[in-house]
Design a protein around this ligand. Structure first.
Ligand SMILES: NC(=O)c1ccc[n+]([C@@H]2O[C@H](COP(=O)([O-])OP(=O)(O)OC[C@H]3O[C@@H](n4cnc5c(N)ncnc54)[C@H](OP(=O)(O)O)[C@@H]3O)[C@@H](O)[C@H]2O)c1
Length: 331
């Protein structure tokens, strides 16, 4: 069988501030013939995610999920033509031994009869839905009639959180970075949505849209956002710290204000989480969210970049706020 050249995106030097193209390099590697039990995956769809900015390692292939097609196999459980989801990162071709990579959901076959396109496995069948589902339901402990605030609200996680909250009977207020995204959030049923780049202050927007205060806050952004929303929270409010994207590229830490006093007096519960803590329950989230999608209760969007070489542009789009929904690359 003809040899296969794998192309891989490697981190060449640690990021300083916003990632730059020259921080990364694409290398080519001739792959050896398969051994018994191995199969060769050709990437079809590759995910880019904000965590890839902070989980780094010079000289390593950038880690992450991909949907791939098996093009050679010496493994009886995986046949040529099978579509799989695997944690093979930003790599065009990968030799696999049939064991999951990263964690227990790091390798699985995709159902070819599934009516949704395979790329959605990167959004609806991976960490994103589990993050939205467990981060909101488990950490925020929402009750019908309460008010949720979510930021980066038009993104993959944020848009799912807001929609789950509507399904659960909450009043939902979203913050995002463009008027187009505000219109999208309103189309999803958000009760109020703001372009944080054009409003006077987050506090004023919250006073207007949350006259009874904020009960649940799902924070994807951190920094000043975190502080502003805490100020409008009700006693016994719950805060899920999902991400801090405003800080990932920051060269200087923001000035810290004494938010502990607010947390104390309002008796808030503020919890950070990493989605892998619910790893054994992820299939529950995939199942229920897939059902909501099929019932039309949960909408899901993708921003697609084309070509293996476009991975960096796709990645950086997350920090420019170019996306509505999940950013994926069609290889
Ligand atoms: N804890 C976990 O286990 C876990 C798992 C997955 C993801 N996360 C976190 O969840 C958050 C959302 O991830 P995602 O994959 O769904 O990405 P995403 O929201 O689809 O994309 C990132 C969005 O963040 C916003 N953003 C970028 N830079 C910003 C800045 N400086 N200030 C304010 N907003 C900024 C942009 O939207 P705007 O137009 O609104 O600015 C952008 O579209 C991230 O913080 C990520 O690290 C955490």
């Amino acid at each position: 069988m003809a040899s296969v050249i794998a192309r891989k995106w490697l981190l060449k030097k640690n990021y300083e501030g916003t990632p730059k193209r020259e921080d990364l390099e694409i290398i080519e590697e001739e792959l050896p013939p398969l051994k018994d039990g191995e199969f060769l995956v050709e990437a079809q769809w590759i995910t880019v995610d904000p965590y890839q900015r902070i989980v780094t390692g010079v000289g390593n292939v950038i880690k992450g999920g991909q949907v791939g097609k098996i093009i050679q196999s010496k493994n009886n459980d995986f046949a040529v033509g099978d579509l799989i989801f695997g944690y093979y990162g930003w790599s065009s071709h990968t030799i696999c031994d049939g064991n999951p990579v990263g964690h227990i959901h790091g390798l699985r076959k995709l159902d070819p009869s599934n009516p949704v396109p395979p790329s959605t496995a990167l959004g609806t069948g991976d960490a994103v839905p589990a993050t939205a589902y467990f981060g909101f339901l488990d950490i925020c402990q929402p009750k019908p009639g309460e008010t949720l605030v979510v930021n980066a609200a038009a993104g993959a996680v944020g848009s799912a959180v807001g929609q789950i909250a509507k399904i659960k009977g909450l009043r939902v207020v979203g913050f995002t970075g463009s008027d187009e995204k505000v219109a999208y959030l309103k189309s999803l049923g958000f009760d109020a949505a703001y372009n944080y780049k054009t409003i006077s202050t987050i506090t004023d927007a919250l006073k207007e849209s949350c006259p009874n205060g904020v009960d649940c806050f799902f924070d994807n952004v951190g920094g000043e956002f975190f502080e502003s929303v805490l100020g409008q929270m009700n006693t016994f409010g719950r805060v899920a710290i999902c991400g801090a994207i405003s800080q990932y590229n920051a060269l200087e830490l923001p000035k810290v204000h004494p938010v502990t006093t607010i947390i104390l007096w309002k008796q808030l519960t503020v919890k950070g989480f990493i989605v892998t803590r619910w790893l054994d329950q992820w299939p529950d989230a995939f199942k229920e969210m897939t059902q909501w999608i099929q019932e039309g209760k949960l909408q899901y969007k993708e921003l697609v970049f084309n070509g293996f070489d476009s991975i960096f542009d796709a990645f950086i789009s997350l920090f420019k706020g170019a996306n509505i929904g999940k950013v994926v690359v069609k290889v």
